[in-house]
Write a protein that binds this ligand. Structure first.
Ligand code: ADP
Ligand code: MG
Length: 692
């Protein structure tokens, strides 16, 4: 068990090794930030060639420092880092933050240097942030440490923020000031050689001063650990993740539909979806969500009251509510009467409550309180355009004075001059502020989803499958169709009855055993997409038709010089809807399971959902819910509903198969025919490839 991060996050003394005497240098800026933040511990700049830097006395070496050091911030040139680490260990430093760059990010030599540094650090049992990072911040009044280069100090607050990109992290801190977002801690992780994001999650999970966690990720070094931890933490604290574009996993062998659909960041996206973290798609969304989480409670439901002094933006908000699965609440008659009691007769007292441009600060306060007292309302959104008679700041004061129930969030939009915002941040008790209704609604939807995750029961465990003896016998490459069908059946997924045949006589016997209509297929390593090669004949009504199809197929294959390994006859399954389920393997994340609708067309629509196997029944439900094509399974244009429950079961079982057999590198069941409700589903085409 590695040592704790206490010495790094809450040091009582720190040295800055490689401190320049120039204020405009990086180290000068870091020292300046330490002073400006009012660091409560002792600071020891190390510089053998200077007497002082800024207000500090310099020390020629770590050995010359008169007290025990908790933390060393290392900013020496790359070649001197290892020596500095040795000196840190010699004097008993408990943690290091290595800002110096030129390590793993710079190529092979750098990676080797990083490995040596890590070896020293681990060997001594101390902890390290970085290398190649931009420092850290702790705004706790007992610590007040800003050991970073941020040009504008972070506002104190309750959001903990870890960033893989140092520069972006610092830029985010600066921008966060503008929206009034404050931080408990900030850690620039750099190359995460020792301390990685999962360890910070462990610390922040139990940190009282942290209400929400915000992550800018470019990589997930320990995906399974992240999955486990984040899934647990989101049950109490929200985690907002924005993912930089560098997580693309290595090229996957994409001879399967599943593999082709899993290109790019699919594995990480799937993993994030599974944990229940709030995945922001843009930096702006990350801010908006963090802002909402930092100062508003998650609502208990999705019914929203809109309180406004302008009709137009309220309509935009109403549309946005629908887009995000939120609803415009219906007020009780009592609520409407109470609103009518103090609003002018021209005001609209239904939802949205349009109080007209003349609305006063107190109108806003009263309307918020009344709307949120209605048991049919879970949250309120206020929208203010620049008012007449009063200032936006006065309206903000009215909103801040409202006393809503503790479990009903208020989010406020101000469509007014931008100078309003920095001034408004000074008003105590103000809800999170947004410039546009859409942004506020997006954040509110994030709050609602988090509320649902907090209150839902723990998912029942994922089903497991015993290892199949068949797969242990398999060599690398594609399983024969016989083995593939048998394995899928062993996993508990129904397959269409089939026989392998080689001659016309066997075909006739198989026909009598299986019953008509039949499907005839040739198989072989060259026959990846059988129907394209004329190797699938469906709807063969009787023995004569089957025999003719057989002769024709043999002739076609001979003509195009394709040698089939054999033939398969299958019961023709009538009337199913085509779904695809599959397995692919991500080198970092592990086995992924996929579901899509539309059989072959799945690659056209790219309408597929992925998770990391194994999955729970809830994961399977969420996966189906993500598919646009899932409506094909509902009652649809006169068709009865499809057997969604059976599809879900098949998906669960396929995930169990994937989890139990790491040697399966890809599997496509395409199509899985989903029958009408109550009639199950059945696999008619299975391809499985196992690793060497
Ligand atoms: P491939 O995907 O290699 O071209 P398939 O075995 O999937 O070959 O067959 C092609 C198509 O034929 C399927 O997508 C499906 O529409 C239809 N089909 C195949 N087998 C059956 C079957 N047993 N019952 C009904 N339709 C079938
Ligand atoms: Mg197929």
């Amino acid at each position: 068990m590695p040592g704790s991060l206490e010495a790094i996050l809450r040091p009582r003394s720190l040295a800055v090794v490689g401190a320049s005497s120039r204020a405009e240098s990086l180290s000068g800026r870091l020292l300046g930030n330490l002073v400006a933040a009012g660091f409560t511990g002792a600071v020891y700049p190390i510089n053998p060639r200077a007497e002082t830097t800024g207000p500090f006395k310099c020390y020629p070496s770590l050995r010359a420092v008169p007290e025990a050091l908790d933390l060393a911030v290392v900013m020496v040139p790359k070649a001197a880092v290892l020596g500095t680490i040795d000196e840190c260990l010699e004097v008993g430093v408990k943690g290091v933050v290595v800002i110096t760059a030129g390590f793993r990010e710079a190529g092979k030599e750098g990676a080797e240097a990083e490995r040596r540094v890590l070896e020293r650090v681990r060997g001594a049992g101390i902890r390290m942030i970085g290398p190649n990072c931009m420092g850290l911040i702790n705004t706790d009044p007992d610590v007040r440490m800003d050991a970073s280069f941020t040009p504008a100090p972070a506002l104190p607050g309750n959001v903990a923020f870890a960033s893989h990109s140092g520069a972006l992290g610092v830029a985010v801190l600066e921008a966060a000031r503008e929206v009034g977002l404050g931080f408990s801690q900030f850690v620039s992780l750099g190359n995460s050689a020792d301390v990685d994001v999962t360890e910070l999650l462990e610390v922040w999970e139990h940190h009282d001063g942290t209400r929400a966690i915000m992550l800018y990720l470019e990589a997930l070094p320990s995906p399974q650990r992240f999955l486990e931890l984040a899934s647990r933490i989101v049950r109490s604290k929200p985690i907002v993740v924005f993912k930089g574009g560098r997580t693309v996993a290595g090229q996957r062998a994409a001879s399967s539909h599943t593999g082709a659909l899993a290109a790019g960041d699919t594995a990480v996206d799937a993993l994030l979806a599974q944990t229940g973290v709030t995945h922001a798609r843009t930096l702006e969304e990350m801010f908006n969500l963090a802002l909402a989480f930092s100062s508003a409670p998650p609502p208990r439901g999705r019914r929203v009251a809109v309180v406004t002094n302008a009709g137009g933006p309220a309509i935009a908000a109403t549309d946005a509510l629908a887009d995000h699965g939120l609803t415009l609440a219906t007020f009780s008659k009592a609520t409407e009467d109470a609103l009518r009691g103090f609003l002018p007769p021209e005001a609209a007292v239904g939802n949205p409550v349009d109080m007209l441009p003349s609305a006063t600060p107190d109108n806003f306060r009263q309307a918020i309180e009344l709307a949120l007292a209605d048991p049919g309302v879970d949250a309120a959104l206020t929208i203010t355009v620049t008012p007449i008679m009063v200032t936006p700041l006065q309206i903000a004061g009215g909103i801040a004075a409202a006393r809503p129930p503790a479990d009903k969030p208020v989010l406020s939009v101000f469509m007014t001059a931008s100078r309003f915002f920095p001034e408004a941040h000074g008003i105590g008790g103000l809800p999170p502020l947004f410039r546009y209704p859409e942004a506020a609604v997006e954040a509110l939807a994030g709050l609602a989803a988090h509320g649902e995750r907090m209150t839902r029961s723990v998912a029942e465990p994922a089903p497991v499958m015993k290892r199949s003896a068949a797969i242990e016998r398999a060599r690398g490459g594609y399983l024969s169709p016989q083995d593939a069908f048998a394995l899928v059946e062993e996993a508990g997924i129904p397959v269409a009855p089939w026989r392998a045949i080689a001659t016309r006589a066997e075909l006739a016997r198989a026909g009598r055993a299986l019953g008509y209509p039949l499907v005839l297929k040739a198989f072989g390593d060259k026959l990846v997409h059988k129907s394209e090669a004329g190797a699938v004949a469906v709807g063969l009504a009787d023995e004569t038709a089957a025999a003719a199809a057989f002769e024709a197929m043999v002739g076609r294959l001979a003509e195009s010089d394709i040698e089939a390994d054999g033939f398969l006859v299958q019961r023709h399954v009538c009337g199913g809807r085509e779904a695809i389920i599959g397995i692919t393997r991500d080198p970092a994340v592990g086995p992924l399971v996929m579901v899509g609708m539309g059989g072959v067309a799945v690659e056209v629509w790219r309408d597929a959902s992925f998770r990391v196997a194994p999955i729970t029944a809830r994961d399977a439900d969420e996966m189906l819910g993500e598919l646009k094509g899932v409506r094909l399974l509902g009652p649809f244009r006169g068709q009865p509903a499809g057997d969604r429950a059976a599809l879900k079961q098949a998906l669960l079982r396929l995930a169990a198969l994937a989890a139990a057999h790491p040697e399966i590198v890809e599997c496509d069941i395409n199509p899985l025919l989903v029958m009408d409700e109550g009639n199950g589903c059945v696999a008619v085409d299975v391809r499985i490839r196992v690793g060497g």
